[in-house]
Design a protein around this ligand. Structure first.
Ligand SMILES: [Zn+2]
Length: 75
């Protein structure tokens, strides 16, 4: 399955990885990358995990996506 790596903008095939940078509950980075970018990210100390579709059927807790873009909008 092909996809565009969100880090290097190359068309990649095979495994895709999600790289997340999170600090104090705030997500700074959340992108789908290819394998080589994932390895770079890990060397930078970022959290990276392989995306598997079979895992979606399990009841893993998923981070609330609507919190990602929430700022102080009601001031
Ligand atoms: Zn890449």
């Amino acid at each position: 399955m092909e996809f565009i790596c969100q880090h290097c903008d190359e068309v990649a095939t095979g495994e895709r990885y999600r790289v997340i940078s999170e600090e104090n509950g705030l997500v700074f980075l959340n992108m789908v990358v290819c394998r080589s970018c994932q390895e770079q990210a890990k060397q930078l100390g970022l959290h990276a995990e392989r995306i598997t579709y079979s895992d979606r059927s399990r009841s893993r807790h998923s981070p609330p996506a609507d919190r990602l873009m929430v700022g102080h909008s009601h001031t």
